[in-house]
Design a protein around this ligand. Sequence first.
Ligand SMILES: C[C@](O)(CO)[C@H](O)COP(=O)(O)OP(=O)(O)OC[C@H]1O[C@@H](n2ccc(N)nc2=O)[C@H](O)[C@@H]1O
Ligand SMILES: Nc1ncnc2c1ncn2[C@@H]1O[C@H](COP(=O)(O)OP(=O)(O)OP(=O)(O)O)[C@@H](O)[C@H]1O
Length: 289
Amino acid sequence: MYIIEKAPAKINLTLDVLYKRPDQYHEVEMVMTTVDLADRLEFFLLEEDKIEIASDNRFVPNDERNLAYRAAKLLKDRYQIKQGVRIKIDKQIPVAAGLAGGSSDAAATFRGLNRLWDLDISLDDLAVLGAEIGSDVSFCVYNSTALAKGRGENITELPAPPQCWVVLAKPVQGVSTQSVYQSLKLNDIEHPDTEGMVHAIQEGDYQGVCHRLKNVLEAVTLPKKPEVTQIKNQMLQSGADAVLMSGSGPTVFALVQQETRADRIYNSLRGFCDEVYVVRLLGSQQKLD
Ligand SMILES: C[C@](O)(CO)[C@H](O)COP(=O)(O)OP(=O)(O)OC[C@H]1O[C@@H](n2ccc(N)nc2=O)[C@H](O)[C@@H]1O
Ligand SMILES: Nc1ncnc2c1ncn2[C@@H]1O[C@H](COP(=O)(O)OP(=O)(O)OP(=O)(O)O)[C@@H](O)[C@H]1O
């Protein structure tokens, strides 16, 4: 028996940091949504009590460091599952990119094993469990559009934003999320209009969404990676409605409503950047096939 789950990438439409907490994490407020760029995970039932990971990407570990492995182990331990699983990961989301690829694989593993092992756990319970693996995992369990608070695990779902194309471009070298948060100057933050973004999404106001894109972590990553600013400028010159870095970076995304403009942006980035994708905004779980 085997099961397939898709693990879509997320983008941050806003990312605000409020303060540093005693546990060393940062209290955040972020509006996040999903795009149609997804890893594909296959789950094969094993009668033996073991977890095997196979992935085709040399940057992704095939052992207990893999977030999908950690998700499977957590479910096995918490629900005392005696069966095992072989998880095959077809990686499409760039690694260490600010697109939550590993977190989405962990969340897809929860959903896949919930079916494979017939556990009948609610998404809400899986989201609570997800926070034990990483701050972005709870959001990825729902795969929708949401306001995330706390360290990222406190999720309020939102409607899908107005439809548009998303052009994603990832500079060659990834960044470490931990070092970006550590370098953030907390007294020097220009905060996004999170409430305004939530309102714009609720109203289906595409221009309102575009005007409010903001990520305070750009202040750390942009000076360290000049290519991020170059890509943003190139996207704007080629007709993007709005551009932003996602998460801790370095991936940049452009929003655009016309497909021809998305193609123009894509073409203008070739040569600049190896990893460029034109995808649809998903925004809700139902749109995932
Ligand atoms: C940048 C974002 O991707 C935006 O969605 C997330 O905030 C980060 O999510 P993530 O990669 O799942 O993060 P985790 O694996 O939980 O944490 C990685 C590291 O980032 C820092 N971190 C993360 C989340 C948070 N709210 N405050 C933090 O300071 C911590 O140093 C932590 O050790
Ligand atoms: N299934 C996985 N897919 C990708 N990376 C993984 C996975 N499991 C573990 N990792 C490790 O996690 C690190 C971060 O990868 P990931 O692609 O999740 O980063 P990210 O997109 O920047 O995450 P975030 O946006 O949540 O900060 C990688 O260096 C990789 O070694």
